[in-house]
Write a new protein. Sequence first.
Length: 367
Amino acid sequence: MRYLLNSYFGHGLPSETGLAEGEISTDAEAAKALFKLCPAAHVTPLTDHADLAKSLNIGRLYLKDERSRMGLGSFKSLGAAYAIAKSADKCVRDGKTDSHDAALQGVTYVCASAGNHGLSMAAGAALFGARAVVYLSDTVPEAFADRLRAKGAEVVRAGHNYEASMAAAVDAAAANGWNLLSDSTWPGYSDPARDVMEGYLIMGMEVVDQMPETPTHIFLQAGVGGLAAASAAAARTSWGPDPVICIVEPDAAPALLGSIAAGKAVASGGPVSNMGRLDCKEPSHLALKYLAREANAFMVVSDAEALAAVATLKENGVASTPSGVAGFAGLQIAATEKIDIGLDENSRVLIYISEGPEDEGSDDVGD
């Protein structure tokens, strides 16, 4: 299935589908207030690409560029580090400590990652005196493990894929009393990941302030769905129902599209994708719940199409990865295959470039 118009738009999945309880946070003001306290905080650029827009026969093309975010090379800098900062700030406000720097001494955070989420967690833990343990699958390059160690994280190898390393991290958290910090949600686990996604709201609200006009279309890449849900939430909060929101996944991991087609959360099968950060076989329940209600369409792109998108953007001065440009790959396909989402010569399209090239950023699963 190449694409799917969302029959649940406006009302969401049935309540009896067994999804995790709760909703994603849409409290962008709280996120922005805490973000301002971070010494590395800065607004990432939004750029207008007239030549690319013309080549796609659309009116305007805007790219939100997350490649320089907080020196970590990815939007995920906003997630785990924000969730840890929120916990540290609560300790100070509750009078448990006088200092943010040592607010989380004695606390251990653990996650599964392939780089970006782990880097964010390691950076946040170091800022507030906590310990970080990151589980990596055997497929993650050692260079990324070294980057995690350089940020102060302890690295543990476990399993042949992300799902196996995630299971190991869950087991370690339970066995050792550590704080599991995932960016996905499932029944019985949602609050920490909700805070991670709350951090992602920051980039969406930056876009709202930067855009000279309301976009007609927004293409959002998705793994478990955290980036997509948070960016969609920022868009809907500010611009209402008008923008057409299209979710783009690898064809090897259509976790969200498959779940929308099934009317419930389902696991997808498939080979390994070169869109490693998006190669997630199961959706985040809270992200799925929100996107089922607020996204207009879901589509998939192939590894070859993602590589073509990388090449096109590199020719136009934007270097990234297949994962980082998957939303743009979706736009290319929608424009050339005339997918029925209303694209025309007057369309104003917003795309997120979620990470820098691999020699500057890193791999991760879970966007």
